[in-house]
Design a protein around this ligand. Structure first.
Ligand SMILES: Cc1cc2nc3c(=O)[nH]c(=O)nc-3n(C[C@H](O)[C@H](O)[C@H](O)COP(=O)(O)O)c2cc1C
Ligand SMILES: CC(C)CC(=O)C(=O)O
Length: 364
């Protein structure tokens, strides 16, 4: 592509050109037939607006707060592993870009850079994403390090008791992650049996016995607020509130875990209704446009998290690329708010969107 990208999707093409196939496929891929991967994006396309007119939109304010922390717009950086494949300096660069955009980055447990490197890269509010390992002391130690380095919340990813079947990674024989955080704590060597070493490492490391009772364990080892990531049903949303998490993240892990899990946006409202305002609900999966951000907010999300586009920005143009991705989404959100007649994020309501469900109900 000769010209500068004009939207977030165009960064994907640049990233594909910039990266070795094995690493591009790791970032871009989903589980099995990638049905959910496509649905995450397509389901947004089935939601339309009910824009309101003749509202003074000369001043738009996108600011919001997450767990009391002010951010410039309801768009934050999702936890994604292995940024070193996209940029030689890895997550440190992503962290700087997020900070420059006045937003929160969630640092992945599978980050290439250490917690300490990211913490000292720049001043910003950051959250830490936790996987629970079979060797629980590893998770406990990493969380303690994040807490001592000023991370403000822990995102417990609950949709990965085992790693999803990512066939591109198996075909490419993806190598195990380079994780400086784990040095001295855990070996990344694993027997892939001819498939992906990355998958083999994850299978040997993730604790499939993790269950609802372990939220009490997590609370016993940290004072940080807990966000539970991977909720897709009303039942689990209610349980999450009962066990006392501080926020819920509606997510299907960017369609990398269970294929034929629902598109995240298609279940957001179900979760929001079940939670009934008890805790904030965040959202991720398939957000590629400011219009997508608006739709998620209209269906009850407090903020959205961005996964792949951030990595594509990093791979294509480093810190500038991540900033551009976040700015493009913010600019598009601002315009979408203006054209829907909303001056602040609080003005965005359920009445501003029409979902597939609404259309079906209107036919009955
Ligand atoms: C390359 C890649 C690595 C990921 N690594 C993690 C991870 O370490 N922890 C986690 O909770 N989620 C991880 N995710 C899932 C993201 O946090 C997020 O749920 C997803 O990417 C959102 O969908 P999107 O990519 O369509 O924006 C990863 C996603 C991708 C694409
Ligand atoms: C399973 C992890 C080690 C990484 C991850 O969450 C991902 O690649 O989606």
């Amino acid at each position: 592509m000769d010209s500068e990208p004009v939207n977030v999707r165009e960064f994907q093409k640049l990233a594909k050109e910039a990266l070795p196939k094995m690493h591009y496929d790791f970032y871009a891929g989903g589980a099995e037939d990638e049905h959910t991967l496509k649905e995450n994006v397509k389901a947004f396309q089935r939601i339309t607006f009910r824009p309101r007119i003749l509202i003074d939109v000369s001043n738009i304010n996108m600011e919001t707060t997450i767990l009391g922390y002010k951010i410039s717009a309801p768009i934050i950086v999702a936890p994604t592993g292995c940024h070193i494949y996209a940029h030689p300096e890895g997550e440190v660069v992503t962290a700087r870009a997020a900070a420059a955009c006045n937003t929160i980055m969630v640092l992945s447990f599978a980050s290439s850079c250490t917690i300490e490197e990211v913490a000292s890269s720049c001043d910003a509010v950051r959250f830490y994403q936790l996987y629970v390992c079979k060797q629980r002391y590893v998770s406990a130690q990493l969380l303690a390090r994040a807490e001592s380095k000023g991370f403000k919340a822990v995102v417990l990813t609950a949709d990965t008791p085992k790693i999803g079947r990512r066939e591109a990674d198996i075909r490419n024989k993806l190598t195990a992650p380079q994780s400086k955080n784990l040095e001295g704590l855990l070996s990344v060597e694993a027997d892939s049996k001819g498939g992906s070493d990355f998958g083999a490492f994850a299978s040997e490391t993730l604790d499939p016995s993790l269950n609802w009772k372990d939220i009490a364990w997590l609370k016993s080892i940290t004072k940080l607020p807990i966000l539970l990531k991977g909720v897709l049903t009303a039942e689990d949303a209610q349980k999450a509130v009962e066990v006392g998490v501080d926020a819920i993240i509606v997510s299907n892990h960017g369609a990398r875990q269970l294929d034929y899990a629902p598109a995240s946006i298609s279940v957001l409202e179900e979760v929001v209704q079940a939670v009934a305002g008890a805790v904030p609900v965040l959202f991720d999966g398939g957000v590629r446009r400011g219009t997508d951000v608006f739709k998620a907010l209209a269906l009850g999300a407090q903020a959205v998290m961005i996964g792949r586009p951030v990595i594509y920005g990093l791979a294509a143009k480093g810190e500038f690329g991540v900033k551009r991705v976040l700015e493009m989404l913010k600019d598009e959100l601002e315009l979408t708010m203006s054209l829907n007649g909303c001056c602040t994020v609080k003005d965005i309501t359920r009445n501003h969107v029409r979902t597939e469900g609404d259309r079906l109900r209107s036919l009955m």
